[in-house]
Design a protein around this ligand. Structure first.
Ligand code: HEC
Ligand code: HEC
Ligand code: HEC
Ligand code: HEC
Ligand code: HEC
Ligand code: HEC
Ligand code: HEC
Ligand code: HEC
Length: 342
């Protein structure tokens, strides 16, 4: 659609969206219901309009146009990405370019990483899409899982060709509705091969829950890490609580290691006092502090210095979760500063 048309649509929105009363109720929004809570990723949308009423439906999320349906099918589907906190999804119907109806749905994206969005407003609730029969959806989508959705995942060889490969997608029954969940650069092994049921329980109530705490799921495959970390003297706070997904997405993310944020931002998210980019390393170092970012990591070629250059995010045998096998602070500094300090 041209910029001019976008501009005019926006005018319509601003002119008319304040007007709540429309002559006729033309929509059936199959999904989402109003005021639900989500934890991750995109939310599927699905709607129908009464035949002969609208010839175009524009979907906006938080005032930004996401998609325009020009040919309105019996059932229209898409999925939209959300921002942390409250999101408003707006369905605006047009007939001959005149706005004839708007309905909205509010969806709250909850996250442990932002204090204000840890809890949701009182009138929101969790929805369990798969706990009810979805006859309408089943007219076009395969809703019952098949063997492909349960394909075993080998930690070293993965089950199929590679990340998010075509064969896995084509055989997954989850893909047709949930493809948006994987639309990020860094994808997690089992999700990348669409082995969704390697973590989601097929017969749980509500359906498709995941065992808690996260370590119950993660350590089923990450046996090496389990062995390594649980035997260490010191464990990182969130790891002690078994909360792996506070930092890692189980599906896919914008950042390496499927982290919800870049490592440095992730760490200072909770360790706010470390947010200056400098870190005072006890009394043996200047008051100004040691850099913690925007330098090359001398030990990890091609990577930036970050909190994880010196600390292990999971566990360590050394106080302060030092990332190296060292006996004391001097050896610690020498890991990177051998020449300078000799
Ligand atoms: C008339 C057929 C039809 C019906 C009925 C239907 N869908 Fe779809 N849906 C489709 C088609 C076609 C696609 C696109 C599939 C693809 O690209 O793989 C789709 C895709 C989707 C997507 C993914 C869209 C995206 O772009 O990420 C979601 C979510 C979805 N449907 C949800 C639903 C839900 C929920 C229902 C039941 C309320 C439903 N659908 C009923 C035909 C239908
Ligand atoms: C007809 C489309 C459709 C298919 C097929 C589908 N889902 Fe969903 N699923 C949805 C929608 C819509 C939601 C609710 C919101 C969202 O996440 O988009 C949902 C929600 C979920 C949830 C969150 C809990 C819940 O019930 O709300 C899980 C977990 C899930 N799906 C897993 C799966 C798995 C695993 C498969 C394949 C075995 C699958 N889905 C197949 C449409 C579908
Ligand atoms: C490594 C384990 C793992 C795999 C593999 C996995 N998931 Fe999940 N998924 C989780 C966890 C953990 C949650 C969060 C559940 C919770 O907190 O209750 C989750 C949540 C979800 C949700 C709900 C998100 C929300 O916003 O509330 C959907 C939808 C979902 N998964 C779909 C899928 C699909 C589709 C696949 C296959 C591509 C898949 N998952 C593979 C672990 C996994
Ligand atoms: C069904 C097996 C399975 C489960 C369960 C599982 N993983 Fe994985 N995980 C894998 C595979 C396979 C890889 C890819 C290994 C590779 O590419 O070297 C992987 C890789 C990873 C990586 C490294 C990504 C990278 O870029 O190097 C992280 C981080 C990770 N998983 C975290 C988790 C977390 C957190 C959980 C629990 C929510 C979990 N995993 C559960 C199989 C699993
Ligand atoms: C505080 C945030 C945080 C928590 C909690 C966390 N991780 Fe990590 N994880 C990271 C970071 C950061 C990296 C990348 C480290 C690096 O840059 O070397 C990582 C790397 C990984 C890797 C890949 C490389 C490796 O070290 O083996 C796996 C697998 C992994 N984490 C699994 C888990 C599991 C399982 C849990 C729960 C027991 C967990 N993580 C909890 C932050 C976290
Ligand atoms: C979700 C919040 C959260 C995130 C994210 C987080 N931490 Fe922590 N961290 C904690 C908690 C809670 C403790 C335990 C506090 C305590 O024991 O005093 C802790 C403790 C630590 C300690 C040990 C302090 C000591 O004196 O022994 C270090 C070091 C540390 N974190 C580094 C990191 C690094 C590096 C990252 C990023 C990879 C990170 N943290 C991300 C919550 C977090
Ligand atoms: C150059 C290595 C290095 C980097 C980079 C680094 N740290 Fe540290 N960190 C240390 C050392 C060494 C100590 C122990 C200081 C002491 O003994 O006083 C420490 C101590 C800590 C402690 C516990 C003591 C305290 O002051 O509360 C936390 C928490 C911590 N670091 C978090 C972080 C976070 C978050 C980052 C990234 C923003 C980071 N560190 C980056 C080396 C580093
Ligand atoms: C993981 C590697 C690493 C470790 C461990 C480490 N440093 Fe550094 N250090 C760096 C990097 C990278 C720089 C930045 C160098 C540059 O800008 O060229 C730096 C810079 C410095 C500087 C120059 C200060 C400045 O503002 O640029 C001093 C002094 C220093 N480190 C001392 C220490 C001491 C003392 C320790 C032990 C407590 C230590 N470092 C541990 C990587 C490390």
């Amino acid at each position: 659609m041209s910029i001019r048309r976008i501009f005019f649509s926006l005018l319509w929105f601003t002119a008319l969206s304040a007007d709540a009363g429309y002559a006729q109720d033309i929509y059936t929004i199959h999904y989402p219901p109003d005021r639900i809570i989500k934890e991750y990723g995109p939310v599927g949308i699905s709607f129908s309009v009464k035949e002969g009423t609208a010839d175009k439906v524009v979907v906006r999320v938080n005032n930004e146009i996401i998609i325009e349906f020009r040919i309105i099918a019996k059932v229209n589907c898409y999925s939209v990405h959300l921002e942390p906190g409250k999101n408003t999804i707006e369905f605006a119907a047009f007939k001959n370019n005149a706005l004839i109806n708007i309905v909205t749905r509010d969806v709250f994206l909850r996250t442990d990483l932002i204090g204000a969005y840890r809890k949701w407003p009182p009138d929101y609730r969790r929805d369990s899409f798969h706990s009810e029969k979805k006859e309408l959806c089943a007219e076009c989508h395969q809703l019952e899982p098949t063997e492909a959705d349960r394909r075993p995942v080998n930690i070293t060889t993965l089950a199929t060709g590679g990340p998010n490969d075509e064969k896995s997608r084509n055989t997954s029954t989850c893909y047709s509705c949930h493809k948006g969940i994987m639309s990020f650069q860094f994808v997690h092994g089992p999700a990348a091969v669409w082995s969704c049921l390697s973590c989601h329980e097929e017969y749980s109530k509500p359906r498709y829950t995941v065992a808690k705490p996260d370590t119950e799921v993660c350590f089923k495959c990450h046996l090496d890490q389990k062995q390594l970390w649980l035997n260490k003297k010191y464990k990182h706070g969130p790891v002690t609580l078994g909360k792996c997904t506070i930092c890692h997405s189980p599906h896919a993310a914008r950042n390496a290691f499927n982290l919800h944020k870049r490592t440095w931002d992730l760490c200072v998210n909770c360790h706010i006092e470390m947010g200056s980019g400098r870190h005072v390393l006890g009394d043996s170092f200047s008051k100004e502090g040691h850099p913690t970012k925007e330098r090359d990591d001398p030990l990890r070629k091609g990577r930036e210095l970050t909190c994880a250059s010196c600390h292990d995010s999971h566990a360590s045998d050394y106080p302060h979760l030092w990332a190296f096998d060292v006996e004391n602070r001097f050896e610690f500094c020498q890991k990177c500063h051998q020449k300078k300090m000799n």
